[in-house]
Write a protein that binds this ligand. Structure first.
Ligand SMILES: [Mn+2]
Length: 414
């Protein structure tokens, strides 16, 4: 495929091309195999095309130092993809630090990092101002577009250029980078990175113990973003099949054996008690949570969506970050309904802030949202106040969702 095809093809152009090619069936696979369609109907270049572009970028940045910024609450997809990038970049003398500003919350993620020796570093929010970003020549985003990390404002302040963005979430804000591979039709970023590995960007092999561990992490990344491959597509199975020759199944099993903490169990219990069901949606507010337990929210949503006649679960709570005196409403959506687009649904229900940033977004079958509590945030000695604050947020969030779930239902008269 020639390099002109690197640019997304105009949708109408693609259609014309397909119509013209109908008579010549041999040409059809050429177009559809390598390229894929994104949500806007535009075409993506094939992996070999992107591979060349990726390699040229790495050549241009030889012997530099990059910071890979991942979301504040890293998941297996982000962690494993970043590790794969680190190993790829290493061949070009590029030294990478994988950093996150929040915390590893899910028991499986803690196990993944510990058991595989995954080289991710935590930069606590309080230490951020003392970090010297001038040692880096560029920043790399994996499995995000920079809007889920408290590190990004700092990187922007330091004028650190964004070199690479590889992601499978829908396009968020406009982003500038030397190399962008955003494919919302893909189920996981680990699948995208595995495609690059399979295409030969690195001699990834079973004889190298670090590669075995990284392959295990990538396998976990693909599994966890596809609900144990249940929502996997051909590309994910092909990636998993490639990784199956390298990964360590026993190591993956140990990661998956990690147990839930009792605090996570408590949040799941609260979500069960508080849930309301409307039109096959299950919704539950779980009140206040500690910052470290934030990941209990998606786990509760995962559980609520398993109830019969429920296709979508939404769980939210106020996460209290005592060390920064910040409070945030954090929510998670899980759905089995194929026609429900979590990204669209959350953007439509919750809208955007005064700066035009959406409170929520998502990918296939899952989404999340964050609403700053702002001026009302922080600790208050009066329990009545704390209770009232929760009730206000709870009522407002429920109202917004119910307006979309049951359009005729008037929860609150204004
Ligand atoms: Mn992901």
């Amino acid at each position: 495929m020639n390099s002109e095809l690197l640019l997304p093809v105009e949708p109408n152009l693609l259609e014309t091309q397909l119509v013209n090619d109908v008579a010549n069936f041999d040409l059809l696979p050429e177009i559809s195999l390598g390229s894929s369609l994104n949500g806007n109907g535009t075409s993506y270049p094939s992996v070999p095309c992107l591979l060349g572009k990726f390699q040229r970028l790495l050549e241009r940045h030889q012997d530099e130092r990059h910071v890979i910024v991942i979301q504040d609450f890293p998941d297996p997809d982000a962690l494993s993809s970043s590790w794969a990038y680190q190993l790829i970049a290493e061949q070009y003398g590029i030294q990478c630090d994988i950093v996150y500003a929040g915390t590893l919350s899910h028991q499986e993620n803690i196990a993944l990092v510990k058991l595989t020796g995954l080289p991710a570093k935590r930069w606590g929010v309080q230490t951020l101002k003392d970090r010297d970003l001038s040692v880096y020549q560029g920043c790399v985003l994996m499995d995000s577009q920079g809007n889920t990390s408290q590190l990004m404002p700092l990187a922007r302040q330091a004028n650190l250029p964004i070199l690479i963005v590889v992601d499978h979430h829908s396009k968020q804000e406009e982003i500038q980078a030397e190399f962008i591979d955003i494919r919302p039709n893909m189920r996981s970023t680990a699948t995208i990175l595995t495609q690059y590995l399979q295409a030969g960007i690195l001699d990834f092999n079973k004889a190298n113990p670090i590669h075995v561990k990284c392959a295990t992490a990538l396998m976990h990344g693909i599994r966890s973003d596809t609900i144990n491959l249940l929502q996997a597509q051909e590309a994910d199975f092909l990636a998993a099949s490639y990784l199956s020759k390298i990964y360590d199944p026993q190591l993956l099993n140990s990661v998956l054996q990690s147990a839930r903490s009792s605090r996570v169990m408590d949040v799941i219990e609260r979500s069960l008690k508080n849930r309301t069901v409307q039109n096959n949606f299950s919704m539950a507010g779980v009140g206040y949570l500690r910052y470290e337990d934030r990941d209990a929210i998606p786990q509760a949503a995962d559980f609520l969506v398993t109830e019969e006649n429920i296709h979508t679960a939404i769980v939210y709570g106020i996460v209290h970050d005592a060390s920064n005196e910040i409070e945030l409403v954090i929510g998670s959506l899980r759905t089995n309904k194929l026609t429900l687009d979590p990204d669209e649904f959350l953007k439509e229900t919750l809208g955007q802030d005064s700066q035009g940033r959406y409170y929520g977004g998502g990918r296939d079958m899952a989404g999340g949202f964050e609403i700053p509590v702002g001026f009302l945030g922080g600790f208050n000695h009066q329990t009545d106040y704390t209770k009232l604050k929760w009730e206000v947020f709870d009522a407002q969030i429920k109202q917004k969702f119910i307006r979309l779930i049951c359009p005729d239902h008037k929860l609150i008269h204004s």
